[in-house]
Design a protein around this ligand. Sequence first.
Ligand SMILES: Nc1ncnc2c1ncn2[C@@H]1O[C@H](COP(=O)(O)OP(=O)(O)OP(=O)(O)O)[C@@H](O)[C@H]1O
Ligand SMILES: Nc1ncnc2c1ncn2[C@@H]1O[C@H](COP(=O)(O)OP(=O)(O)OP(=O)(O)O)[C@@H](O)[C@H]1O
Ligand SMILES: [Mg+2]
Ligand SMILES: [Mg+2]
Lengths: 256, 256
Amino acid sequence: MGTIISIANQKGGVGKTTTAINLAASLAAAEKTCLLVDCDPQGNATTGLGGDKGEGSAGLYDMMLGSEPESRVIVSTDLPGLDLVGATANLIGAEVELVSMEKREYRLRRKLFPLKERYDYIFLDCPPSLGFLTVNAMTASDSVIIPLQCEFYALEGLTQLLKTIRAVRQGLNPSLDVEGILLTMYDARNNLTVQVEDEVRGHFKAAVFQTIIPRNVRLSEAPSHGKPVLLYDITSKGAQSYLALAKELVERGNRQ
Amino acid sequence: MGTIISIANQKGGVGKTTTAINLAASLAAAEKTCLLVDCDPQGNATTGLGGDKGEGSAGLYDMMLGSEPESRVIVSTDLPGLDLVGATANLIGAEVELVSMEKREYRLRRKLFPLKERYDYIFLDCPPSLGFLTVNAMTASDSVIIPLQCEFYALEGLTQLLKTIRAVRQGLNPSLDVEGILLTMYDARNNLTVQVEDEVRGHFKAAVFQTIIPRNVRLSEAPSHGKPVLLYDITSKGAQSYLALAKELVERGNRQ
Ligand SMILES: Nc1ncnc2c1ncn2[C@@H]1O[C@H](COP(=O)(O)OP(=O)(O)OP(=O)(O)O)[C@@H](O)[C@H]1O
Ligand SMILES: Nc1ncnc2c1ncn2[C@@H]1O[C@H](COP(=O)(O)OP(=O)(O)OP(=O)(O)O)[C@@H](O)[C@H]1O
Ligand SMILES: [Mg+2]
Ligand SMILES: [Mg+2]
């Protein structure tokens, strides 16, 4: 039985999409079967994996409204073992269209639950907000990975995010856990980075992944080639750090 | 008669808040009267200017629902000539609470229009989404400044943003213009940065500000002191670039 994990943080630009793509790809390279679901109407995870957001393509919107067969919604990627449910532009409208539906927060959960049989990991890349799509993703998930940029504003938003996770746990999904906080865009030469790390590790202790993702230009170049960084430049620090994260995640899972 | 300018881009973490705070502060230092309105429930602009988001404070939520007198909603900052309307946590709920109100997209416009008599510039810091608060801000504005991080995903989102601006112009605010595209977090040593600049200047020509905002650690340190960068370290490249941007904005205004 696979695990469903949301990659969420309402603070913008903290590395949610970069983490979703490269963690899923690293696990696929380690012979796990993975599905990446792009829950952000921006569709960055879709483009970053070479997926199609065009008129004729089907994606999460179709999955949630049930308008297309699964075989059209789930597509393969350049990496064996990694499939994708992309985001299409109409995803922006899903919230309004589902507003009258009963139990609309459970929509994604109902659609993804059967897929836990086929995938070891299902990752949900969330938009930078705590609205309908993020709540749907958290309601469908076993746990949440919180990418945290080592900056002042990113730290400020953590309290609000943890409140939302607690609210989803109490109201919609009692088994939702925090998988871990992941320090991203880490620059050891920068005082602010080290201060944020000290504060976060001091406060959240073992909930913070040991693996740190360094600032690495290869990570921001790979998406323009529609590839995860391990297919773009596996020797880079960026690729190596996500491979290490994948290993840490698997080991955590084995211990439980 | 002052000008109302939205700082908007649905891509997260591109420098919207940093631009709103430091451009407004730079104009205030140049003897213009400025008001910064924090339209993002995250409240980063509020904290970055030393404002209070606590239980007892009033802010944009109260302004939009008309539940507090203006004297409690508009507060002064450390910088003479720069006032703030902060974001409080209840701002998240404004969309739902205003859903039954007539012409709810015009709410902010009606509240801000009279303030154009008292301020030379009113800046609206938008959240990373194209939802209700951003549409309200654009409907209230004369123009939009688009901060653009020199990265692949940020470029991808530009088309969607320009579509939304056109839609607001056609349906809600016929005089809405693009003030300019501002290149942010610019790192001249990075190929991707230069490629993005070439593409954007090639395509958008004079709509792109001459002033470029470099990546500069002082810009990310200043918010933790609740100060704009010109009060934190005026000699820094970050502070100097926003002073140059203020000058370019004023000169553009004079030419029209
Ligand atoms: N470790 C890193 N080193 C260098 N660049 C990075 C790193 N992680 C992400 N980036 C780049 O920083 C930008 C923001 O990252 P990303 O888009 O993954 O964040 P996000 O949280 O998904 O953003 P949004 O809030 O818009 O969804 C992107 O251009 C990405 O390529
Ligand atoms: N030119 C710059 N150089 C270095 N750091 C910067 C620069 N501009 C912004 N930052 C930092 O990068 C992060 C993102 O910037 P900011 O929060 O202003 O973006 P935003 O677009 O407002 O994000 P959001 O989408 O969450 O509202 C912040 O931590 C900020 O301090
Ligand atoms: Mg993203
Ligand atoms: Mg912001």
